[in-house]
Write a protein that binds this ligand. Structure first.
Ligand code: S3P
Length: 175
C-alpha cells in the first residue's frame, strides 16, 4: 500500500475496531488511533481535555496531531491506517489534509446501529453528555455531520449488520 488510509464516521461506527482488523490485512501500515495519539501527546484523557480546555482547543490538537503524522510519514516514506475521531473532518484544515494525503473511508451507520453501539460507552464521549436522551443527541449531530463525512470521504461503506472484519475486507477490496 503506498497511501494512508483514513477511517471517518460518527462515534460508535467502529473506526477503532475496523482499524485493528485492517492492520491484520495490511501489516506494513502503522495503525494510529487519533484520539490515543492526542492522549499520548498531551498526557491527558479526551474527556479531561474537553472539560479543562474545551472543544475548540481539542479541535486544534487534532489538527496539530494530523499535521505531525503526515509530516512524519512523508519524511520516513511510511504510511498509516488512521482511525480519526468522529469530529476530526469537521475542521476544514483537517478535512483538506485527509482528502489530500489519504484514501478516506466513511463508515456509514444507521441511527439505530449508532445508538445501540453507543449505549454502553456514551460516558466516555464528552459530546454525548448533554443531558438530552442519547437518540435525539445522535440524531441531531448526524443531521449536521452526515454530509460532512460524505464530502470528506473517497469511499462510503454501509456498515449496518457487518462485523469489523467484514468491513475491513470491504475496504481492502475497494483499494
Ligand atoms: C468526537 C469523537 C471522539 C473524540 C471526541 C470528539 C466527536 O472520537 O474524538 O470525543 O466530535 O465526534 P470517537 O469517534 O473515536 O469516539
Amino acid at each position: 500500500m503506498d497511501c494512508n488510509i483514513a477511517l471517518t464516521g460518527f462515534m460508535g461506527s467502529g473506526k477503532t475496531s475496523v482499524g485493528k482488523e485492517l492492520k491484520k490485512l495490511l501489516p506494513d501500515l502503522e495503525l494510529i488511533d487519533l484520539d490515543s495519539y492526542i492522549e499520548a501527546m498531551t498526557g491527558t484523557s479526551i474527556p479531561d481535555i474537553f472539560s479543562s480546555e474545551g472543544e475548540d482547543a481539542f479541535r486544534n490538537m487534532e489538527k496539530m496531531a494530523l499535521q505531525d503524522i503526515f509530516d512524519t510519514n512523508e519524511m520516513l516514506g511510511t504510511n498509516s491506517i488512521l482511525a480519526l475521531g468522529g469530529g476530526t473532518v469537521l475542521t476544514d484544515a483537517c478535512r483538506r489534509m485527509v482528502r489530500r494525503s489519504c484514501k478516506c473511508f466513511y463508515l456509514r451507520a444507521s441511527l439505530e446501529t449508532l445508538v445501540s453501539n453507543l449505549k454502553e460507552e456514551a460516558g466516555n464521549r464528552p459530546l454525548l453528555k448533554s443531558g438530552k436522551d442519547l437518540r435525539s443527541t445522535v440524531k441531531g449531530l448526524m443531521e449536521l455531520r452526515g454530509p460532512v463525512y460524505e464530502s470528506a470521504a473517497h469511499y462510503v461503506i454501509d456498515i449496518d449488520g457487518k462485523t469489523p472484519t467484514e468491513i475491513a475486507v470491504d475496504i481492502v477490496t475497494s483499494l
